[in-house]
Every structure is written in C-alpha cells, then in structure tokens.
Design a binder for this molecule. Structure first.
Ligand code: SF4
Length: 101
C-alpha cells in the first residue's frame, strides 16, 4: 500500500523532510505523497516515517494501492541506485520494513 495524506492535513510540513524518498510535497491544498515514489519506507525504516511525525495522524495506508514488500523494496533499490548501504541490505535480504515488525 502506498501511504497517502488525508484531507485532515493541517499543512504543518513536518512529514516532508522525513521521507527517505522525497515523495512528499506541498500540494495545492494539502501535502501530497507521490505513490510512484512511496515505498512505505521499506528498506529504510520499520514504520512509515511520515506517520510517525504527523500531529493529526493523517498519513495512512491507501487501500486503493496495495503493494507487496517485494515490489516496495524493488522500488527503493531503483530510486536509490547510488545508496550502497541500501543495495547491500537488500541483497542480503536484511532491511527494515513495516512487514517485518
Ligand atoms: Fe499534513 Fe501531517 Fe504532513 Fe503535517 S505531518 S503536513 S499534518 S500530513
């Protein structure tokens, strides 16, 4: 599932710098997450970093976009070709993931 931001967003901006994929940006009315860039933090954290900091808990799993851990780590690898640590973690199948908590 990609994470998405609901209309409860108060535009505080706390989530934007937390995303390891730079998937969050200020939209026309509220902050938005690009699902093409969201990996639900798989490969980086065992939880969604935006969810952890959002003061109104409006960063939620998008039930319309359900994805496997396999697809999400593949996206992370593709998005960060120069991140040697991530590539190593992925190759060793030893990376943080919300699926492995
Ligand atoms: Fe909106 Fe929550 Fe992000 Fe603040 S942390 S901008 S309230 S989604």
């Amino acid at each position: 599932m990609a994470t998405y931001i609901t209309e409860d967003c108060i535009n505080c901006g706390a989530c934007e710098p937390e995303c390891p994929n730079e998937a969050i940006s200020e939209g026309d009315e509220i902050y938005v997450i690009d699902p093409e860039l969201c990996t639900e933090c798989v490969g980086f954290y065992d939880h969604e970093a935006c969810q952890a900091v959002c003061p109104v808990e409006c960063c939620l799993p998008n039930p319309q976009i359900v994805e496997t851990e396999e697809a999400l780590i593949a996206r992370a690898i593709k998005l960060h070709p120069d991140d040697a640590d991530l590539q190593k973690r992925a190759a060793e199948n030893d990376y943080p993931s919300r699926f492995r908590k």
